[in-house]
Ligand binder design. Structure first.
Ligand code: ZN
Length: 315
């Protein structure tokens, strides 16, 4: 209470004009120091300084890279000491800090400390890297279909009905992510919607098992580090090998009835492939896609509509 009464006493002794004068003087001094410091920071970085500003945030699943070079104005060689979170890698040869945060790293700050010395001067760059988890929303536009890098994953000249669309509500599949279920016959040829490298295959499960998680599938990673999943293939119905490069339209498997399904269909979806984590991998970021050769009516977001039928035009 004594501190409070002292503060009141001080305030009472200052007339309004005194307060204004003191404020003006204080503001002038602050402005002077601010301007001086700004000038120094611009014209004179000091004898030893970091060349680059720190990276302050990164999305989960996205590669983070920071080059931390410090420069000695005297040209002396600089040595470093770096402290990092365990999920980051320190490449001393290239002076780079790298890492790809996982889903479980998101919504957190990670401390990075880099100390540089040229034998005479020493400076430290401490900063926090925030791993961001972008809020997922189904309210997106799928983009201009003619510019889509994807083609319908079945034979040109044939058509398929969308049994389940993307971002459904209520119970069932495809809730909170983008996926299509294409109605197809048993053993219909499934084709690569986009070029890439086969990342994962599974073909040992039997048709009609109806067990969630026991789906046969192929995952193809594209050049932009996204990956497409082709799910529910028939037993021994995979036509490609891991590591094999496939081109758009190339047969990659045969349609089937494995895993959580009661009718033969292809479940198709696309994710960012970093730290993909296998099937069902819903924690990787789901991406909305449409198809450049799909003939049929799209919805207002340019996505394929549940219940509609789409024909595959020539590529
Ligand atoms: Zn599905």
């Amino acid at each position: 209470m004594s501190n409070g009464s002292q503060a009141y006493t001080l305030k009472d002794t200052n007339s309004p004009s005194q307060v204004i004068r003191q404020t003006l003087i204080f503001s002038s001094i602050t402005l002077f120091f601010l301007l001086t410091n700004l000038k120094c920071a611009k014209d004179d970085p000091g004898p030893l300084f970091f060349r680059f500003s720190p990276v302050l945030f990164v999305d989960y699943n996205q590669e983070f890279e920071y080059e931390y070079t410090a420069v000695s104005s005297s040209g002396k060689p600089v040595t470093y000491q770096v402290e990092l979170p365990d999920w980051m890698i320190h490449d001393e040869a290239s002076l780079k800090i790298k890492g790809t945060p996982l889903y479980q790293h998101s919504n957190r700050d990670y401390k990075i400390s880099i100390t540089a010395t040229d034998g005479e001067n020493i400076i430290t760059q401490n900063f926090s890297l925030e791993v961001v988890r972008a809020e997922f929303t189904c309210d997106v536009n799928f983009g201009e279909p003619s510019k889509s890098p994807y083609a319908l994953p079945f034979d040109v000249g044939t058509s398929s009905r969308i049994i389940q669309g993307y971002c459904r509500s209520g119970t069932g599949g495809h809730i909170g992510y983008f996926a299509y279920d294409f109605a197809l016959n048993m053993f219909d040829t499934l084709r690569a919607a986009r070029s890439g490298v086969v990342m994962f295959v599974q073909e040992s499960f039997v048709d009609g098992n109806k067990v969630p998680g026991q789906e046969n599938f192929v995952i193809v990673e594209h050049d932009d580090k996204t990956a497409a999943r082709y799910v529910h293939m028939t037993k021994n119905g995979v036509l490609v090998d891991v590591g094999q490069r496939v081109t758009q339209g190339q047969p990659i498997g045969l349609n089937g009835l494995t895993g959580a399904t009661t009718s033969p269909h292809l479940h198709f979806d696309v994710f960012r492939s970093r730290n993909f984590g296998g099937f069902p991998a819903l924690r990787a970021q789901s991406l909305p896609v449409n198809f450049s050769n799909a003939q049929g009516t799209l919805d207002q977001r340019n996505g394929l509509r549940e219940g509609s039928t789409y024909s595959a035009l020539p590529l």
